[in-house]
Design a protein around this ligand. Structure first.
Ligand code: 13P
Ligand code: ZN
Length: 271
């Protein structure tokens, strides 16, 4: 079956196009990856044309995703073009059996290569696959403006940052009861950024990259996209409220969050 006719490729393209429409992907900002199920890899096997093996990145090992296939955006590609030129803006890679090398198998037309954030994507996939018994398949990185703005004024610490988001809109506690992880500024595309994100991804589905963006994980495109959307919407509300009134007259209290946690079995500890 042609890669672009598969359900996973259609959903990949749709998520990228929708992210562009949300304004989260200036220039080549952001990247997206999907870990294929074995039946999906088999479905497109006839279209794959494996190239040379290349090391993942300096010292990177991801044995937890050895042998897996990923559909991933290309380095330098614009999300605005994914819908029009999916074969140039994305491609399929296979990770070798040791989890230390990859080879391109489809796409990346015109000398393209996987996103510069490949270490983050593969290490996050590895962490989430282990933490979810294989359920997590999507990793999505974007540059939403309101969230990035908040990283200049909120403490760069997961618990405090999460609390602010939870208190901005009721939906947040329901969508991400495990909260978000937060990292101080780190070099984009670096192995260190990938490792630090993967560490936080064990306990969260979203990690904020200060002054840069966010990386989210989910078992479906809708889940990863919806999580990012919710975080960014809460951020927009916080930015607006803080701009209008530094001392809000009312807000969601710890008691309110406890009430939601009890009502919906969220297991949130608001200590
Ligand atoms: P890529 O174009 O290599 O995917 O990089 C974009 C980006 O957002 C880096 O953090
Ligand atoms: Zn980025």
């Amino acid at each position: 079956m042609n890669v672009l006719d598969t359900d996973f490729a259609k959903q990949f393209v749709r998520a990228a196009a929708e992210g562009w429409r949300q304004g989260w992907h200036e220039c080549n900002g952001g990247n997206l990856s999907y870990r294929l199920r074995p039946d999906e890899a088999a479905q497109v096997a006839a279209c794959l044309d494996p190239g040379e093996w290349r090391p993942l990145a300096e010292g990177v090992q991801a044995p937890g995703v050895a042998g897996e296939h990923f559909l991933v955006t290309a380095a330098g590609s614009f999300f605005s073009n994914v819908e029009r030129e999916p074969q140039a803006c994305a491609g399929i890679i296979e990770v070798d059996r040791h989890g230390t090398a990859f080879r391109p198998c489809w796409g990346f037309a015109g000398e393209g290569r996987p996103t510069s954030e490949l270490p983050s994507h593969l290490l996050n996939h590895e962490a989430k696959k282990a933490a979810t018994e294989g359920a997590c398949r999507v990793v999505y990185h974007a540059h939403p403006a309101n969230l990035v703005a908040l990283t200049f004024v909120l403490p760069l610490e997961g618990k405090a940052f999460t609390r602010e988001l939870w208190k901005a809109i009721s939906e947040c506690a329901l969508v991400f009861p495990a909260g978000v992880g937060v990292l101080e500024w780190m070099n984009p595309g670096s192995v260190e950024l990938g490792r630090a994100s993967a560490e936080l991804m064990r306990d969260h589905d979203a990690v904020v990259w200060a002054h840069h963006g966010i990386i989210c994980a989910g078992s479906t495109f809708d889940q990863a996209f919806g999580l990012l959307h919710t975080v960014e919407k809460a951020s927009e509300i916080l930015v607006k409220v803080r701009a209008m009134q530094p001392e809000p007259r009312s807000f969601i209290t710890d008691e309110n969050i406890r009430t939601m946690s009890d009502a919906y079995g969220l297991g949130i500890d608001v200590a």
